[in-house]
Design a protein around this ligand. Structure first.
Ligand SMILES: C[S@@+](CC[C@H](N)C(=O)[O-])C[C@H]1O[C@@H](n2cnc3c(N)ncnc32)[C@H](O)[C@@H]1O
Length: 265
């Protein structure tokens, strides 16, 4: 879940006066009416790739392909692709995007669609003792074999460059795909730490409902693994562990002690 503090307003210093709020609100609803005549600003729906599966929340876009975050640095796109030349100097990445002529021959980020798998379902957590009671979870609709890919984790693929604010910092749906030190030869921002991640807070697929095993079961039955999609793109995936996942069981991973450590207290 995204922090309520992410709206861009500093506590105690509203960005606009109440009067300008009203005129902004009026302008926003007028714009919404012009762009989308049948909906006002409060009822604009998220842009789904295809109709979502049962149990999907109304305010989250359902994806069958990951989306690149707006403003994703083009220099970093090769890092998402299969043919990422790990030994090339950073300068050659940057120069390959420096003109429109070379951009046309640049590798494209074009993941293939991944439909919602028939093996899993989104459910409400109805057991009061479950620590995520009232939220959603992912349940196996039939037995999932040991070592089987359960579902890829789709969301908005973003890059965070050291020193630049990240809108994903507070997200509970954000997973790290790749981290580069400032000295890494693949890093086109020398001296700055770069990290690529996938955030399913506002847009994703059913993998965003995988809960942590703590307080639910003795151990996880699945794990997050970085892998590659059919088009070779770097992505996060959920895989069944060695016991497999029984029909009707919740798919549970370990978010890691670090994830919880950053959120406790
Ligand atoms: C990636 S979401 C998982 C899906 C979430 N249950 C939902 O309905 O959107 C992560 C959030 O789920 C909840 N969660 C997952 N596993 C949990 C656990 N073992 N104990 C407590 N909360 C958990 C926490 O609120 C956490 O911030």
């Amino acid at each position: 879940m995204t922090s309520p503090g992410q709206g861009g307003m500093v506590a105690g210093t509203p960005a606009t006066s109440p009067a300008s709020h009203r005129s902004l609100g009026t302008a926003a609803s007028l714009l919404a009416t012009l762009l989308c005549p049948r909906h006002d600003a409060a009822t604009i729906r998220p842009r789904h790739d295809v109709p979502p599966p049962p149990g999907w929340p109304e305010d989250v876009a359902f994806l069958v392909r990951p989306r690149l975050a707006p403003g994703f640095p083009p220099e970093l796109v090769p890092l998402l692709l299969a043919a990422s030349p790990s030994s090339s100097p950073a300068s050659s990445f940057a120069s390959s995007f420096s003109s429109s002529a070379s951009a046309s021959s640049s590798p494209r980020y074009a993941p293939r669609p991944t439909p919602h798998p028939a093996t899993v379902a989104i459910k409400r957590v109805s057991t009061p003792a479950h620590p995520a009671h009232g939220q959603r979870c992912l349940v196996a609709r039939k037995r999932i074999a040991p070592g089987e890919l359960v579902i890829p984790y789709l969301g908005v693929v973003h890059a965070d460059v050291e020193g630049r604010p990240s809108p994903h910092a507070e997200s509970d749906y954000d997973l790290s795909l790749l981290r580069l030190s400032g000295a890494d030869p693949r890093n086109p921002f020398p001296g700055l730490h770069v990290s690529l991640g996938v955030d399913a807070a506002g847009a994703g697929n059913a993998a965003r409902f995988v809960n942590d095993y703590r307080g639910v079961a003795a151990r996880p039955n699945a794990e997050f693994r970085v892998g590659r999609g059919d088009a070779g793109e770097l992505r996060m995936e959920v895989w069944a562990l060695k016991a497999g996942i029984a029909k009707g069981d919740e798919v549970l991973v370990s978010y890691g002690k670090g994830w919880w450590g950053a959120r406790v207290g």
